[in-house]
Ligand binder design. Structure first.
Ligand code: RP5
Length: 165
Protein backbone atom coordinates (compact mmCIF):
# COMPACT_ATOMS: atom_id res chain seq x y z
CA UNK A 1 0.00 0.00 0.00
CA UNK A 2 1.46 3.36 -1.04
CA UNK A 3 1.19 6.06 1.55
CA UNK A 4 -0.23 9.09 -0.19
CA UNK A 5 -0.12 11.36 2.78
CA UNK A 6 3.36 11.13 4.18
CA UNK A 7 2.55 13.54 6.96
CA UNK A 8 0.64 12.60 10.09
CA UNK A 9 2.43 9.29 10.31
CA UNK A 10 2.80 7.93 13.80
CA UNK A 11 5.46 5.98 15.61
CA UNK A 12 4.56 2.61 17.04
CA UNK A 13 6.45 1.64 20.18
CA UNK A 14 6.15 -2.08 20.79
CA UNK A 15 7.77 -4.24 23.43
CA UNK A 16 7.94 -7.89 24.33
CA UNK A 17 6.72 -7.59 27.91
CA UNK A 18 5.26 -5.29 30.52
CA UNK A 19 8.67 -5.53 32.21
CA UNK A 20 10.21 -3.67 29.24
CA UNK A 21 8.04 -0.62 29.79
CA UNK A 22 10.27 0.98 32.42
CA UNK A 23 12.91 1.24 29.67
CA UNK A 24 10.62 1.98 26.73
CA UNK A 25 8.96 4.84 28.63
CA UNK A 26 12.00 6.85 27.64
CA UNK A 27 11.08 6.50 23.97
CA UNK A 28 7.60 7.80 24.79
CA UNK A 29 9.05 10.66 26.80
CA UNK A 30 11.20 12.07 24.00
CA UNK A 31 8.43 11.65 21.42
CA UNK A 32 6.08 13.58 23.71
CA UNK A 33 8.70 16.30 24.17
CA UNK A 34 9.16 16.74 20.42
CA UNK A 35 5.43 16.41 19.76
CA UNK A 36 5.18 13.28 17.67
CA UNK A 37 2.16 11.00 17.54
CA UNK A 38 2.73 7.53 18.88
CA UNK A 39 1.03 4.42 20.20
CA UNK A 40 2.50 1.94 22.67
CA UNK A 41 1.74 -1.77 22.77
CA UNK A 42 2.93 -5.07 24.23
CA UNK A 43 3.62 -7.61 21.50
CA UNK A 44 5.70 -10.68 22.08
CA UNK A 45 7.19 -12.60 19.17
CA UNK A 46 7.17 -15.72 21.31
CA UNK A 47 4.17 -15.40 23.63
CA UNK A 48 1.77 -13.62 21.28
CA UNK A 49 2.87 -14.48 17.73
CA UNK A 50 -0.62 -13.98 16.29
CA UNK A 51 -0.77 -10.48 17.77
CA UNK A 52 2.57 -9.77 16.09
CA UNK A 53 1.31 -10.89 12.67
CA UNK A 54 -1.94 -8.97 13.05
CA UNK A 55 0.01 -5.86 14.02
CA UNK A 56 2.35 -6.23 11.04
CA UNK A 57 -0.56 -6.67 8.62
CA UNK A 58 -2.14 -3.37 9.64
CA UNK A 59 0.98 -1.14 9.71
CA UNK A 60 0.10 0.83 6.56
CA UNK A 61 -3.59 1.07 7.39
CA UNK A 62 -2.71 2.45 10.82
CA UNK A 63 -0.38 5.08 9.29
CA UNK A 64 2.67 3.84 11.14
CA UNK A 65 5.81 5.42 9.69
CA UNK A 66 8.41 4.06 12.11
CA UNK A 67 8.44 1.11 14.49
CA UNK A 68 10.44 1.11 17.71
CA UNK A 69 10.69 -2.40 19.13
CA UNK A 70 12.12 -3.11 22.56
CA UNK A 71 12.95 -6.67 23.54
CA UNK A 72 15.18 -8.51 25.95
CA UNK A 73 16.95 -11.86 26.07
CA UNK A 74 16.40 -13.77 22.85
CA UNK A 75 14.80 -10.53 21.59
CA UNK A 76 13.25 -11.67 18.31
CA UNK A 77 10.54 -9.01 18.07
CA UNK A 78 12.46 -6.28 16.17
CA UNK A 79 13.84 -8.75 13.63
CA UNK A 80 10.54 -10.52 13.06
CA UNK A 81 8.76 -7.19 12.51
CA UNK A 82 11.51 -6.15 10.08
CA UNK A 83 10.89 -9.42 8.25
CA UNK A 84 7.20 -8.56 7.92
CA UNK A 85 7.42 -4.90 6.82
CA UNK A 86 9.69 -2.46 4.98
CA UNK A 87 8.70 0.34 7.37
CA UNK A 88 11.89 1.20 9.30
CA UNK A 89 12.35 -0.80 12.51
CA UNK A 90 14.57 0.42 15.33
CA UNK A 91 15.46 -2.14 17.94
CA UNK A 92 16.11 -1.33 21.60
CA UNK A 93 17.98 -4.04 23.52
CA UNK A 94 16.50 -4.30 27.00
CA UNK A 95 18.97 -4.74 29.85
CA UNK A 96 18.27 -8.34 30.81
CA UNK A 97 18.78 -9.59 34.36
CA UNK A 98 21.10 -12.48 33.63
CA UNK A 99 23.36 -11.05 30.93
CA UNK A 100 22.91 -7.29 31.35
CA UNK A 101 21.44 -6.89 27.86
CA UNK A 102 24.44 -8.29 25.96
CA UNK A 103 22.13 -11.13 24.88
CA UNK A 104 19.46 -8.65 23.74
CA UNK A 105 22.01 -6.52 21.88
CA UNK A 106 23.63 -9.38 20.00
CA UNK A 107 20.27 -10.93 19.16
CA UNK A 108 18.88 -7.68 17.77
CA UNK A 109 21.98 -6.50 15.93
CA UNK A 110 22.89 -9.73 14.14
CA UNK A 111 20.25 -9.65 11.42
CA UNK A 112 20.80 -11.56 8.21
CA UNK A 113 21.72 -9.54 5.13
CA UNK A 114 18.59 -8.14 3.49
CA UNK A 115 16.45 -7.62 6.59
CA UNK A 116 17.79 -4.63 8.53
CA UNK A 117 17.01 -3.50 12.06
CA UNK A 118 18.54 -0.23 13.22
CA UNK A 119 19.97 -1.27 16.56
CA UNK A 120 20.32 1.18 19.43
CA UNK A 121 22.29 1.10 22.67
CA UNK A 122 21.23 -1.14 25.57
CA UNK A 123 18.57 0.28 27.88
CA UNK A 124 17.40 3.79 28.61
CA UNK A 125 19.88 5.59 26.33
CA UNK A 126 18.89 3.39 23.43
CA UNK A 127 15.20 3.99 24.12
CA UNK A 128 15.65 7.76 24.12
CA UNK A 129 17.78 7.64 20.97
CA UNK A 130 15.24 5.41 19.23
CA UNK A 131 12.69 8.18 19.71
CA UNK A 132 15.09 10.77 18.35
CA UNK A 133 15.86 8.60 15.32
CA UNK A 134 12.17 8.04 14.70
CA UNK A 135 11.72 11.82 14.81
CA UNK A 136 14.55 12.22 12.28
CA UNK A 137 12.88 9.80 9.88
CA UNK A 138 9.50 11.53 10.09
CA UNK A 139 11.17 14.96 9.86
CA UNK A 140 12.18 14.17 6.25
CA UNK A 141 8.56 14.53 5.18
CA UNK A 142 7.30 16.94 7.79
CA UNK A 143 8.86 20.41 8.13
CA UNK A 144 7.10 21.04 11.46
CA UNK A 145 8.65 17.96 13.03
CA UNK A 146 12.01 18.96 11.57
CA UNK A 147 11.70 22.37 13.15
CA UNK A 148 10.84 20.98 16.57
CA UNK A 149 13.58 18.36 16.40
CA UNK A 150 16.22 20.91 15.41
CA UNK A 151 15.04 23.16 18.24
CA UNK A 152 15.40 20.32 20.74
CA UNK A 153 18.90 19.54 19.47
CA UNK A 154 19.91 23.18 19.70
CA UNK A 155 18.69 23.48 23.28
CA UNK A 156 20.70 20.37 24.15
CA UNK A 157 23.79 21.94 22.60
CA UNK A 158 23.21 25.18 24.49
CA UNK A 159 22.86 23.32 27.77
CA UNK A 160 26.48 22.11 27.58
CA UNK A 161 28.63 24.50 29.59
CA UNK A 162 32.09 25.48 28.41
CA UNK A 163 33.74 24.77 31.73
CA UNK A 164 33.14 22.36 34.58
CA UNK A 165 32.55 23.64 38.09
C1 RP5 B 1 11.40 -10.75 26.42
O1 RP5 B 1 11.67 -11.43 27.58
C2 RP5 B 1 10.86 -9.43 26.83
O2 RP5 B 1 11.15 -8.47 25.86
C3 RP5 B 1 11.51 -9.15 28.15
O3 RP5 B 1 12.61 -8.27 28.02
C4 RP5 B 1 12.01 -10.51 28.58
C5 RP5 B 1 11.46 -10.93 29.93
O4 RP5 B 1 10.07 -10.88 29.91
P1 RP5 B 1 9.23 -11.14 31.24
O5 RP5 B 1 9.57 -12.53 31.67
O6 RP5 B 1 9.69 -10.10 32.25
O7 RP5 B 1 7.80 -10.97 30.87
O8 RP5 B 1 10.50 -11.42 25.60
Amino acid sequence: LLMKNKKNLKVSIVMGSQSDYKTMKFAEKILKTIGIKFETRIISAHRTPKRMYDFARTISKNKIGVIIAGAGGSAHLPGMLAALTSVPVFGVPIESKKLKGIDSLLSIVQMPKGVPVGTLAIGENGATNSGLLAASVLANNDPLIKKRLDKWRLSQTKSVKNYPK
